[in-house]
Design a protein around this ligand. Structure first.
Ligand code: BDP
Length: 596
């Protein structure tokens, strides 16, 4: 799916701003979508609704919420194809225009769009969006069915309270706040009636040159042409055909920290699109991760899209700040844990040379034997998982910043190892097939009984989340180091690269101690130093990504003091001691050839 753009053939505008809003129940009610809301609340779009008001209903809502706004299309544009595009609505939604249903979407982290034709458009249009925030066994991320909150009380004495007497609410099987609503921009754009629907770009390095293949999908018949522009907008190759091999002489590579972007300009009848791309290759060879043929070392973070007030809503200034803090620390990468991030953040990574592992929202997966209603939900979830893999890759396939796809975070791959492998094997092949660049594919695992796990050694890069010294051997860094060492020895047999995609310790900013105790800033530093000493011993360990870049909000619970505090930065992006530790460490670790 192409990112919307304004150019000489396409018009683009946004519907972002203050919208009308009200809460509904667990069933979709027509009265909130057919006509203007009565006494609506005012709310900003795009942003999660949860933290926008000093009102507990917003934080704890369960079920549908309704958004409305008005727009008009200038008469001069009405002869074009008009498209309404949502960057992300979390989690499921149904869209109405002037009381007519015009679309719906499942899943909260990817864009979807719909054409608005003359049969639905009026002079002044009422746009209504019904948003459902419920997570359960059928959704990604996965919700618990047992009506017990994560970290909740599981004593049988309290069963009746847990099961019957409390009002319905979300029970996430994941450790981040279930921020919901219209989280990314709502845009309107036009194209000609015959148009460019999609573009696929692959590049190969051939000595000093690059060989570029541009494929495209068109709606309608006509003549198409491709030209290539350099990063200043100068045309360096002109008037080529789609699918024709294009050679860029003395090509500039897209490198981590040194991004260089070319643009493929595609014209088709009265339509035109400018697709940026980079010349870069990714490969896994033996136990190395190669970018442009050289062994790369990942230095960076697992992140979240999370901030005060906006919740999971897009904040582009924050994105700029985060990338700048990464550069300040000499980090080179992050994982979009635990869902696909906004296109705007990935655009920035393409421009800034930040390396990205892109993850689906498949977090909280297990593979129990289920029947009846749960089996139906399980099958629905599996189908949805396939769909999000396809949609995520369709959205992000041309991005040079993305070097690997993560199909899931911490599925229970050791509890039912054969079932898990049967589940992931087809998804692994699907991801490779969907991607014109066939990037490496991984599943991020965290199994205490890791020897049973068949998925981790099956995928292209072994990605492990590990909390020795925190959840296991809490506070005992000696035992933690030994456990980490034993695990690394185990994984070294597979002749594949491994990276630590999460490790960390909750740290309350401002808590200091001469003797490093858990929760203090000193402990976080000692913890990372102990773990890194082990990781540095192993050549096949090709990266370290801390958990987390910044403190973030989660469901309430005794394990979380106003959220998860494993950030290297606080939620408002102030460095903890560990930020300085990593800045010092990563300044000395090169992007390439760290472990010769
Ligand atoms: C890991 C999860 C991550 C959590 C983290 C933690 O992947 O989402 O936030 O643990 O407990 O298991 O801090």
């Amino acid at each position: 799916m192409l990112y919307p753009q304004m150019n000489e053939k396409r018009f683009l505008t946004s519907l972002d701003g203050i919208w009308n809003f009200c809460f509904g129940s667990e069933i979709l009610e027509e009265k909130y979508v057919m006509k203007p809301l009565e006494n609506p609340e005012k709310l900003y779009v795009p942003a999660s609704y949860n933290d926008q008001k000093a009102d507990i209903r917003f934080r704890d809502h369960y079920g549908y919420a309704y958004y409305q706004t008005y727009f008009s299309i200038p008469n001069g544009l009405r002869k074009n194809r008009i498209v309404l595009r949502f960057g992300a609505v979390t989690h499921n939604c149904v869209v109405y225009l002037n009381g007519n249903k015009i679309g719906e979407h499942t899943g909260g982290f990817l864009p979807f769009e719909m054409e608005l034709d003359e049969s639905v458009l009026e002079e002044k249009n009422l746009l209504s969006v019904a948003v459902d925030n419920r997570v359960d066994f059928s959704t990604l991320p996965v919700g618990n069915e047992s009506k017990r909150a994560m970290f909740g009380d599981s004593l049988p004495n309290f069963d009746s309270v847990n099961r019957t007497n409390i009002k319905n609410k979300n029970y996430p099987n994941f450790d981040f706040f279930n921020y919901c609503g219209i989280n990314r921009s709502v845009k309107l754009y036009t194209t000609a009636k015959d148009y460019i629907n999609d573009i696929y770009i692959d590049t190969k390095i051939d000595g000093a040159n690059a060989v570029v293949k541009v494929e495209a999908e068109f709606i309608g018949a006509g003549k198409a042409a491709v030209s290539i522009l350099d990063d200043k907008g100068n045309e360096i190759v002109s008037d080529k055909n789609i699918n024709e091999e294009i050679v860029i002489e003395n090509a500039k590579l897209w490198q981590p920290g040194k991004a260089y972007l070319y643009t493929a300009k595609i014209t088709f009848n009265e339509d035109c699109y400018y697709q940026k791309f980079g010349v870069r290759e990714v490969a896994v060879k033996d136990n190395q991760f190669l970018i442009n043929g050289k062994p790369f070392y990942f230095k960076g973070f697992g992140k979240h899209e999370d901030s005060e007030i906006r919740g999971r809503g897009i904040d582009e200034a924050l994105n700029v700040k985060d990338i700048s803090l990464m550069k300040w620390m000499c980090a080179n990468s992050f994982r979009t844990s635990h869902y696909p991030y906004s296109e705007e953040m990935l655009n920035l990574c393409d421009e800034e040379g930040i390396v990205v592992i892109a993850e689906t929202p498949a977090v909280g997966l297990n593979f129990p034997n289920v029947e009846g209603e749960l089996l139906e939900k399980y099958n629905k979830r599996t189908a949805h998982h396939r769909q999000v893999i396809q949609d995520m890759i369709a959205r992000d396939k041309n991005r040079p910043s993305i070097v690997m796809w993560s199909l899931a975070n911490e599925p229970d791959t050791a509890g039912t190892p054969h079932k898990a492998l049967d589940y992931f094997e087809p998804l692994y092949h699907l991801a490779h097939q969907c991607d014109p660049q066939s990037r490496p594919v991984t599943v991020v695992v965290c199994n205490n009984d890791y020897i049973k796990d068949k998925v981790a050694p099956f995928v292209d890069v072994i990605c492990v989340n590990r909390y020795y010294g925190w959840y296991i051997f809490a506070g005992d860094l000696d035992a933690a180091s030994q456990a980490m060492d034993i695990e690394m020895q185990y994984f070294s047999q597979f002749n594949k690269p491994l990276m630590i995609t999460e490790y960390g310790a909750d740290t309350v900013a401002g808590v200091h101690n001469a003797v490093p105790n858990m929760f203090s800033e000193e402990f976080q530093v000692e913890y990372y130093d102990a773990m890194n000493t082990v990781l540095d011993k192993y050549k096949f360990v090709v990266g370290e990504q801390t958990w987390n870049f910044a403190d973030f909000q989660t469901i309430q619970g005794v394990m979380r003091v106003d959220g998860n505090k494993k950030g290297i930065f606080t939620r408002d992006r102030r460095p903890k001691l560990s930020a300085h530790y990593f800045k010092n460490r990563w300044t000395k670790i090169p992007d390439f050839d760290y472990k010769k």
